[in-house]
Ligand binder design. Sequence first.
Ligand code: KG4
Ligand code: ZN
Length: 339
Amino acid sequence: MFVLGIETSCDETGLCIMECDGEGSVKVLSEIVASQIDLHAKYGGVVPELASREHMESLPVLLDQAITQSGVELSKIDRVAVTGGPGLKGCLLTGLVFAKGLVAATRPPMGAVIVNHIEAHILSPFITRGLKFPFLSLVVSGGHTELINVSAVGRYEVISRTIDDAAGEAFDKSAHLLGIPYPGGAKLASIADTKTSSRFTLPKVMREAKGFSFSGLKTAVSLLVSREMKRRDEDTEAELAFAIQDSIVDAIVFKTKKALAQTGIRTLSLVGGVAANRALRDALSALSGIELLIPERRYCGDNGTMIAYAGSLKREADIGRFLSAGPIPRWPVEEICEG
Ligand code: KG4
Ligand code: ZN
């Protein structure tokens, strides 16, 4: 079966064409990710209206490229998998409408699956290896920070999630306070990695609370940065970055250890954009007796391959319902119930 994956939930347009057996074994034939970072950088964050327009302009061009790269004609594609949520409403709509157009234009109509973006992140470690359950999934991205007990495809029990900012947001907002341009998180991390210690300490955040919370850290970072950055020397910046990264990583690792102990699960997966963070990977790799699954780096950030992959494992939607479906900007992953 040939599956086309489409991702447009935020500021990346991702497309993928893969061949799959429906049981988790796939061969990626073409994958393209067009980042909009340059478009949004001058505004310091994603401008939803601009993001939607950019997706709309890119999608037909990228689909042409994906078809050429894969050698699979549109008429040979069996199924389109498209992100339905969570994400920015207008952005989701562009991907959904594009996918509907493909279904309406093909005879017989290609099948369709509406994919939950978080579920796609959760399943992303398995694009390159066999499916394996149960495991604890640590989803850390720009919009989400969640610990989920995964017992099968479609069976998700949320153990903990953020009550305010997401981990990626904490990185990005701290980076902004340090004067690093949007999205900043990865850059802050690379500056932090030039140090092995810091003269600054930030409070150990949200250890007692049930969910993750990063807003207290943001306030502490803001006060510290405004006090220390008057000098603006490189060394101070790097030590501040180290302390910030250390504090975010500590908070994530603390809650993860607690969830592992609570559930007794020995397999942990680390997914989402922040899974690219080296300090977090190192800290989780050091947990003894825990098998750590991390997707390949190109599947940590948003991409169309994880959408195609998740779509290959799910039941197809009724075509009539698919053609009238709308975007789901808020779509908690535990609300998915079928496999
Ligand atoms: O999963 P993703 O691509 O998009 C969302 O679904 O949100 O995650 C993007 C987030 C951004 O906040 C970005 O700054 C963060 O991941 N990120 C990192 C690193 N690389 C990307 N944060 C910390 N360290 C990194 N190396
Ligand atoms: Zn994402």
